[in-house]
Ligand binder design. Structure first.
Ligand SMILES: Nc1ncnc2c1ncn2[C@@H]1O[C@H](COP(=O)(O)OP(=O)(O)OP(=O)(O)O)[C@@H](O)[C@H]1O
Length: 368
């Protein structure tokens, strides 16, 4: 949790949604949802297209009226409060800057709407531009700025009036990878300095893992799992979460009398947890980086699960190489290893053994 986050009673939540839902005729955009953020928290809404992220964001912003439920902002019911009176700042993917206005006037706009004095406007705009590293750009027009600079103006225009909550809807979606990563760092630093509560929407799981205190992973109009990046990555509850976040090997099987899981081709592996019930069907996850690759003649290391097979593919990804091994029974399992030079990387067709420990596996729900 971010150091600025304050854990307190329900009325001290920055925002609390209670049973909030949205339907459009027969379409359910969001099922009844409870969600609360503590002050200073950075929460990311992550999920595939159509999972309900924008609907949720728009209801908090006031652009969409919920079908059921209540929304509290610092304990105050804002379910039907007009957007302007909510004190929530928005940053959009397309920047939404006014093209004919200078950088200064774009950033000053929310203060002018609030009828602040000329002196206050000058001071606050200067401070906001300073925070986003754009002092000296006051007189430029948006078209004279790069994409990253335009988004900094969008952020400055949002932070200039110190909103209680900042919502960012795919703010880095239009930027290339390097700039995206740089801006992620800048937004994180800004969040740390300002201590404002942030709700961030992205499709990008790496961005969500890197930036968030907690992630709400959305699926089909509901929350599939809400937790810290570590919880979602290392303890996914379901097949959907395991597959959406990171790379995964999912292995299914049935528990035998010795408490081991029988998998394809009559082989058995040790599973996590205490004495799973004989006969129960399980789906387990093991992340590729938890699997070690050993030569076929090498003694197995400390892993208590060992499967052998042939290399089906080997992809060099720079620092890491992904090796997919197919066992005799057609099970495909990927391992990630630190890269070696080309002449000592595993080659397709080579026989290898994969070893991993039962404690690195997680039982997941196959249905959700
Ligand atoms: N005005 C509307 N009328 C009917 N259905 C809608 C309306 N707005 C959204 N929906 C439906 O609600 C569901 C959730 O949409 P939403 O825009 O919240 O998804 P999203 O997760 O933000 O998707 P994306 O990542 O593509 O923006 C979708 O099935 C969508 O088609």
């Amino acid at each position: 949790m971010h150091k600025n986050a304050v854990l307190a009673g329900p009325s001290d939540h920055a925002i609390a949604l209670m049973g909030v839902s949205k339907t459009y005729g027969p379409v359910t955009a969001l099922r009844p949802t409870d969600l609360s953020l503590v002050k200073g928290e950075f929460l990311t809404l992550l999920g595939p297209s159509g999972s309900g992220k924008t609907t949720l964001l728009n209801m908090i912003a006031g652009a969409t009226v919920p079908t059921t439920g209540r929304i509290l902002l610092e304990g105050r019911d804002i379910t039907y409060t007009p957007p302007r009176e909510r004190g929530i700042g928005m940053v959009f993917q397309n920047y939404a800057l006014m093209p004919h206005m200078s950088v200064f006037d774009n950033v000053a706009y929310p203060l002018r709407v609030r009828r602040e004095s000329a002196k206050t406007i000058r001071e606050k705009v200067t401070e906001a531009l300073e925070r986003v590293g754009l002092r000296g750009f006051e007189n430029r027009k948006p078209r004279q700025l790069s994409g990253g600079q335009q988004q900094r103006v969008g952020i400055a225009r949002c932070i200039v009036y110190s909103p209680a909550i900042i919502m960012m809807d795919e703010p880095l979606g239009a930027l290339d990878k390097n700039l995206r990563e740089q801006m992620q760092g800048e937004i994180k630093r800004l969040h740390k300095d300002l201590g404002t509560t942030v709700i961030y929407v992205t499709h990008d799981q790496e961005e969500a893992l890197n930036m968030s205190d907690r992630i709400s992973l959305m699926r089909m109009g509901g929350i599939a799992q809400l937790g810290t990046p570590d919880e979602l990555y290392f303890r996914p509850r379901s097949r959907f979460v395991a597959e959406f976040i990171g790379e995964s090997n999912l292995i299914s099987g049935r528990i035998n009398g010795a408490g081991r899981m029988m998998i394809a081709g009559g082989q058995s592996i040790a599973v996590p947890g205490d004495e799973p019930c004989e006969g129960s069907e399980l789906l387990v996850l093991v992340r590729p980086e938890k699997i070690r690759i050993c030569g076929i003649d090498q003694p197995a290391d400390d892993g208590n699960n060992v499967l052998s097979g042939k290399v089906a593919s080997s992809s060099f990804c720079g620092g890491m190489t992904r090796v997919t091994v197919e066992t005799e029974n057609g099970l495909k399992i990927s391992a990630k290893m630190m890269s070696n030079r080309a002449d000592s990387r595993p080659e397709p067709g080579e026989r290898l053994r994969l070893c991993w420990s039962a404690v690195d596996m997680v039982v997941v729900d196959p249905e959700r």
